[in-house]
Design a protein around this ligand. Sequence first.
Ligand code: IPM
Ligand code: MN
Length: 335
Amino acid sequence: MSTSKTHRIAVIGGDGIGPEVIAEALKAVRASGVSIETADFDLGGARYLRDGEVLSDATLDQLRGFDAILLGAVGTPAVPPGVIERGLLLKMRFELDLYVNQRPFAGTAPGHSTAHDFVVIRENTEGPYVGEGGVLRRGTPNEVATQGSVNTRMGVERCVRYAFELASRRERKHVTLVHKTNVLTFAGDLWQRTFDLVAAEYPAVSTAYNHVDAACIYFVQDPHRYDVIVTDNLFGDILTDLGGAVSGGIGLASSANLNPARTGPSMFEPVHGSAPDIVGTGKANPTAAVLSAALMLDFLGESSGADRLRAACAEPTSGSTSDIGNAIAARVAGK
Ligand code: IPM
Ligand code: MN
């Protein structure tokens, strides 16, 4: 069953393989019978090189009017690092207040025989990502660079609360805080106290704490211990690449940048990048984009469509980008 609503989706195919995988994701969504209306936004490194626009405030205001944003990948080698990342991706996360980055990982890790199923909830608007700091005497022997981590009680609490809400709806009802409280004693203390206070409101949810370095070992050696993980922006960035690597590869890793308060659209994107080396070869796996579209359908209240997308991705498929996309869409339509 799908809702009768037509969802308005802003589509940012972006650079490299982004447009290729997003085309397949849209095929799968259309095959599900969920009604969508799309508008393409030409943004990313190629657009920047053409006319200098990264993400203007006027474009951002247009995006605010949509129900969701589906993004492929942005970035080209010709653009210096940081320009597109900070100016487009992070600007959307901050300005649209996409404070939760939800990244699900289901799969069988190398050397294991049973599947794990956990979700990382990464804080998405604070930490070292805010760009606090600066540089003095750049390029001289006396150069000084600082890069702070901003953690607010409000920002930490809303993210931790989201993790507990999610865990309370899952079978295992377990949340692990991942941080580095033994070294980052100021931020770690705020995270730990906030986590403990919120945990007290969820007596049915059990909890654990891991230092981030230990969590890296457990992701590989004992991923079954995890259900929901909540962590800060940078730890979450690093851990979720590892999560992808132990869950079938980055070609399957999906993500949802959520504004749970729904004061604007949320943004859905595969974890992988624009892979300029394989653009146009048909080698890009569109599964991560399809699974990101499934997260979008979940958030739009189209959970049965989302489940059908996920079921269609569960069967392995080989072939080119469009072979895989067509096979997934056929399964979605047939189910
Ligand atoms: C991710 C990416 C981004 C991040 C980059 C491209 C800014 O690595 O979504 O994980 O660091 O958050
Ligand atoms: Mn990353």
